[in-house]
Design a protein around this ligand. Structure first.
Ligand code: ME8
Length: 657
């Protein structure tokens, strides 16, 4: 019995899981179950990346204490595994002390070898990637993965001598079969050749969250250095389990994190004198209308919700069958329903149902020597071993279709006695074999077929005709119910507003001057002082003339949406808009009289705002008044020194506009 150690990436818990996460875990599960079918001793590790800074930011945004926040989200990832039948052996969380200890010991090892030194780092940091990006990696100044402008960071840091391993890594990644598929291998080789390998900053001068640096308690370990180590801490490095299972046979990851695994992880292992994993298996992304499904892009599909609407096996089948391994694949409910109806309900469901109906009419079906059906086991095995899982499924379904043709061609339902029994025995054996072959892909369905056949699931070596001597079957429920094409799609696709509060640049602005608009009697032209940062005064056109006298406005510190696209309003340029609430009759400005001119208005986060906002974006933002104060998502809008208030007494719950 050979050992087989398989891992997935560990997921950030800054949000709940999305279908992309489910996709990766299902791939890993299919491979793990396939190896078990072969009789191998499998260890399957998955888990969560708890220590990331972006988890901290997300907790703040949600107004939750960080430990509670990561616990709650990690629970959802575990739940995802349960619902999707992901047969992991251990679910690692990087907040576990066993992990912390291993991270610190690997860091100390590298330090001892002379692979760690202190320096200073400056560069573009993308919190989405949790990585510094080079100028070259930016597209129009933005991170292409998250479509966001990175922050500029300058900080003291400990460095890992990644550069020292350049030649070793180049040789490793060029070796056959280390990175699969080939095009992902070539990407790494060409990046290594064109950019070389610079030393890597592996600490951050913060102790807010994460693993403390064992040599300097004022720093914590850089998230990727920390997270990658889960693959060995999850099997108790350096103890018995580690000795048994390491090196990993396959490490499955998405294409965006190939560099971290093929290059950085390998160098870390070289430095610690630990063996390198055998394979890095890189899958593509699940997309919607060609766009990567991700929290940052906001086009989330909640896999747990999805599984309430469709059988989990149908989703597993769809994910594997639809997407050629290594490529991106689009998810749509229509495509899922089509495959469910055509391939699962029609082809497979009908075969099972027809065969069982025929067989159930007989008290028992006894072994017959005449074998009339065939399938390509070797081919299927080779396809799975080459990770061409979509093709392997297609091959299994070819066998299913051939069985359906066999029933039709021979009109089995019309045959009598022995002639019919031969055919039914052939079909029952085919179903038994099919149930084995599909078991890694659709474990629930395989179990249902076995139950009807009244047998136990076999191993891969049992995929041959003539093993069962007597069948006494009992027809069960149909495997897959057809689903009417749904129009419009069900509501599980949660398109979050494309825009979030942090994209809005709200500033405190002092009213310096007020003029009547020459062409409109409800409008004022306001001159605003935004403090030192904005040298010139900002001019806006505003419809508050009916509600405020000019002299009452001078000196008020109002809230300005500064990055609103400039507009011409009745011939006068307006460079933003002020916030107010209006109940249909009265209007009150939002004010912050104690704040500095130009000060940013925020909830908790103070990330940079978007370059330009469209008015339609602003209309999606639900900022409302409550007790004279202003809230967004149950949180008070504020500046550094005060909460934003209403200038006049107004009715509750008015929306800022
Ligand atoms: O990258 N389709 O976490 P993560 C398919 N914590 N796969 C996707 C995907 C999509 N739309 N979006 C993400 C991290 N993934 C790190 C990993 S490992 C030591 C640390 C994949 O939650 C992604 O490529 O952003 C990765 O393999 C996994 O889901 C977790 O992504």
């Amino acid at each position: 019995m050979a050992k087989y150690y398989i891992t997935t990436a560990i997921d950030y818990v800054n949000a709940k899981p999305h279908l992309g996460h489910a996709y990766e875990k299902v791939i890993a599960d299919v491979l793990a179950r396939w190896q078990k079918l072969k009789g191998n001793d499998v260890f399957f590790l998955t888990g969560t990346d708890d220590n990331a800074q972006k988890n901290v930011l997300a907790a703040k945004e949600a107004g939750k204490e960080i430990n509670r926040f990561v616990d709650e989200n990690a629970k959802c990832f575990k739940e995802l595994c349960e619902i999707y039948n992901v047969s992991y052996n251990y679910f690692i969380r990087t907040t576990e002390s066993r992990h912390t200890k291993v991270v610190q010991s690997i860091f100390l090892k590298a330090h001892k070898t002379g692979d760690i030194y202190k320096g200073k780092y400056e560069g573009h940091y993308c919190v989405g990637c949790e990585a510094f990006l080079t100028e070259k990696e930016l597209v129009n100044g933005k991170c292409p993965e998250h479509d966001k402008k990175p922050e500029w960071r300058e900080e003291e840091s400990y460095f890992f001598r990644l550069s020292k391993y350049k030649n070793k890594i180049l040789k490793l990644v060029s070796s056959k079969g280390f990175i699969i598929p080939n095009e992902k291998k070539n990407e790494i080789i060409s990046r290594l050749k064109s950019d070389g390998l610079k030393d890597l900053s592996v600490s951050r001068p913060t102790t807010e969250w994460g693993v403390k640096l064992p040599i300097d308690k004022s720093h914590s370990v850089y998230i990727w250095y920390d997270a990658l180590i889960n693959y060995i801490s999850g099997i108790d490095y350096p103890e018995k389990k580690f000795k048994k299972y390491w090196p990993a046979d396959v490490q499955i990851i998405g294409k965006g994190i190939n560099w971290f695994h093929s290059v950085i992880w390998s160098a870390m292992l070289y430095s610690a004198r630990i063996k390198i994993p055998k394979k890095i298996l890189v899958h593509g992304y699940l997309t919607i209308d060609g766009k990567k499904i991700s929290k940052s892009l906001g086009n989330i599909i909640d896999p747990i919700e999805l599984a309430k609407n469709y059988p989990v096996d149908a989703i597993r089948y769809f994910l594997i069958r639809e997407i050629p391994f290594g490529q991106d694949g689009d998810f749509s409910e229509e495509a899922l329903v089509r495959r469910l109806n055509d391939e699962l309900a029609n082809d497979m469901g009908n075969l099972v149902s027809r065969t069982l109906s025929l067989a159930e009419k007989n008290f028992k079906i006894v072994k017959k020597q005449k074998i009339e059906l065939k399938f390509e086991l070797k081919k299927i095995e080779t396809l799975v071993d080459n990770f061409e899982l979509d093709k392997a499924l297609a091959e299994i379904f070819k066998f299913i279709q051939s069985c359906n043709q066999y029933i039709n061609k021979n009109k089995v339902w019309e045959l009598k006695n022995k002639r019919q029994e031969v055919k039914i025995y052939n079909l029952l054996e085919a179903l038994r074999i099919i149930s084995i072959l599909i078991s890694p892909f659709m474990p629930n369905t395989s179990e249902k077929i076995n139950k009807q056949l009244n047998i136990k699931l076999g191993n891969l070596k049992d995929c041959k005709f003539g093993l069962i001597k007597v069948y006494k079957v009992k027809k069960g429920e149909i495997l897959f119910k057809k689903i009417e094409q749904i129009e419009p799609p069900k509501s599980f696709v949660k398109l979050k507003d494309e825009i979030s509060f942090e994209d809005f640049d709200f500033r405190v602005a002092e009213i310096k001057g007020v003029k009547d608009h020459p062409n409109a009697d409800k409008l004022y032209i306001l001159l605003l002082d935004l403090g030192k940062e904005t040298a010139d005064d900002v001019q806006i056109v505003s419809g508050i003339r009916e509600h405020y006298k000019k002299e009452d406005l001078i000196g008020k510190k109002i809230i300005l949406l500064k990055n609103l696209k400039e507009a011409m309003i009745r011939g006068i340029e307006s460079q933003g808009m002020l916030l107010a609430v209006h109940d249909g009759k009265n209007l009150s400005l939002l004010i912050a009289n104690k704040s500095r001119n130009g000060e940013r208005v925020f909830i908790d986060l103070r990330e940079k705002a978007k370059e330009v906002i469209e008015i339609k974006d602003f209309e999606k933002l639900n900022i409302v008044s409550k007790n004279g104060k202003i809230i967004y998502n149950n949180r008070f809008l504020r500046t550094e020194g005060e909460d934003i208030k209403l200038d006049k007494k107004m009715r509750e719950g008015l929306r800022a506009s």
